[in-house]
Structure formats: structure tokens, C-alpha cells
Design a protein around this ligand. Structure first.
Ligand code: MN3
Length: 221
């Protein structure tokens, strides 16, 4: 009995060490919560297949690598040109989608307020001008990638990254702390918008959770 207990204990400890995995947080709202701007079918496939696959593939890629046992934030902060593609792509895919779900929400949209609104006006002249510049970055990202609103050295900036890179990675051309981002991979919009990425970007403003973005902005300063 004692022997079995000890074996179980050792196995439990070893399992915990071996299987300390990066997990996919629950979607903070229902699949249909962002209708009509983002449809339920797109959300379900995006979260339960695409995002889930990045998490699974990241966990499969980490064992034996230099980044094994690191947190997701540590993995992102260490992703440079020498990082294996499977970790760079799936680490980014894991982080970016969790971020994306949290800067959107139901009954959202409208305009930012407070210091963020002031900073946007100071930088781009108006909220509409900012939206036009952000859209330009989202449409200008050739193929798959993301457009971002970031804080870099205390200043707001717009950038774009290819594939699943993000501005926190040392490998990014423009580095900073993301406070808003849009996934412009076709899987994010094709079911509803087909090839019309511009329409998807226009509708994205209807689901932006500005209080969450403002919180990120304050934390990034
Ligand atoms: Mn995606």
C-alpha cells in the first residue's frame, strides 16, 4: 500500500513537471456575442479550431527546446530570428488570439474615452483619422498578419506584423506594447466577408472593447 502510494506520488510530481502546458483561456463571451459584426460560425471555428491548434502545436514544439518550461509571455519576449518557426508561429498564434478576444466584446464599439482619446487626438488629429490609418495598416498587411495600436516609448503608434508575429517579439520591425489589434488572416473574416477585408475592418469598430483598450494603454505608459 505504502509502495503504491509512493509510486502514485512520484508519478504525479513527474506528470506535473512533464506536462506543465500552456493553456487556452476560455473565450470571455459566447460565440454569437459579437453578432452581427463577427458571426458565430467564424468565432466558433476561430476559437475552437484555429486558436486551439496554435496552443496544441506550441505545446508539442516546446519539449526539448530552450524555451521549455517558460511562460507564454517569456516565450514571446524571447522570440527572435533564432527561435524555431513552430514556436514563433504557434507562440504568437496563442498569445495574439487571447489578446484579440479580450480587446473585443459584446455591447461594445463606440469611441475611446479619457486619456486614450486625448492621446489618439493628439497623435492623429481625430478618432476618424486614427481609424483611417489603422485601416490602412490592416489592408496594407500583405497576406496573413495583424495590425496593431501599440505604445512605444510612451507614444501611440500603428504597426503591422506578418503571420503570427507581434510587436512584443524582438523579431518585430516595430516594437511596443499592443493595446489594440486586428487579426487580418482570411480565417478571421472569410465566411462572412469573403475577400472584402475592408468591410471586416470597418465592422471591427463595432466590437472594440474600449474600456479594455484604455486599461492596456494606462498599463503600457
Ligand atoms: Mn486568427
Amino acid at each position: 500500500m505504502k509502495y503504491i502510494f509512493l509510486n502514485t506520488l512520484i508519478f504525479t510530481i513527474m506528470s506535473t513537471a512533464t506536462f506543465a502546458q500552456i493553456t487556452q483561456p476560455a473565450l470571455p463571451y459566447a460565440y454569437n456575442a459579437l453578432e452581427p459584426y463577427i458571426d458565430a460560425a467564424t468565432m466558433e471555428i476561430h476559437y475552437s479550431r484555429h486558436h486551439a491548434a496554435y496552443v496544441t502545436n506550441l505545446n508539442n514544439a516546446l519539449p526539448g527546446s530552450a524555451l521549455e518550461g517558460k511562460s507564454l509571455d517569456q516565450i514571446i519576449a524571447a522570440t527572435d530570428a533564432s527561435t524555431p518557426a513552430a514556436i514563433r508561429n504557434n507562440g504568437g498564434g496563442t498569445w495574439n488570439h487571447t489578446f484579440f478576444w479580450n480587446i473585443m466584446g459584446p455591447n461594445a464599439g463606440g469611441q475611446p474615452g479619457g486619456d486614450l482619446a486625448k492621446a489618439i487626438e493628439a497623435k492623429w488629429g481625430s478618432f476618424d483619422n486614427f481609424k483611417a490609418e489603422f485601416k490602412k495598416a490592416a489592408l496594407g498587411q500583405f497576406g496573413s498578419g495583424w495590425a496593431w495600436l501599440i505604445v512605444s516609448n510612451g507614444q501611440l503608434a500603428i504597426s503591422a506584423t506578418p503571420n503570427q508575429d507581434n510587436p512584443l517579439m524582438p523579431v518585430a520591425a516595430v516594437k511596443g506594447q499592443p493595446v489594440l489589434g486586428i487579426d487580418v488572416w482570411e480565417h478571421a473574416y472569410y465566411l462572412k466577408y469573403q475577400n472584402k477585408r475592408a468591410d471586416y475592418v470597418d465592422n471591427f469598430w463595432g466590437v472594440v472593447n474600449w474600456p479594455a483598450v484604455e486599461k492596456l494603454y494606462k498599463a503600457a505608459l
